[in-house]
Write a protein that binds this ligand. Sequence first.
Ligand code: SF4
Length: 126
Amino acid sequence: IEVGDRDSIYTRPRHPYTHALLSAVPEVSLTDGQAGGRERIRLAGDVPSPISPPSGCRFRTRCWKAQDKCATEEPPLVRIAGNHEGHLTACHFPEEPTTEAREEDIVLDPALAALEEPGPDAGAQG
Ligand code: SF4
């Protein structure tokens, strides 16, 4: 349903199902230790049968954005307007990018962040 690098998926999720999954991730504010303010999306509707999946988009029976087109046309996995290069989304009616709000929310695992920071020898040539 959605393919991309970690930063693009976490900061600019476009598929409704990705939004729902990320909304279930617990958040804690680093400044006050309280639970974060992201609104949890609770999916309603029927879980599709894997032996008889719905026509069109497989997520449409649980998607709050589904329209008629979603029942008749399977959305292609493509780069849609607003996606970073290499970020592909299969949705006819994707969510708006939420970069500004989400970038503030993302806290990388300190071990991963350390891997991404240039070390003291960065830029040095030997
Ligand atoms: S294609 Fe339609 S049903 Fe599927 S995720 Fe997008 S809006 Fe929802």
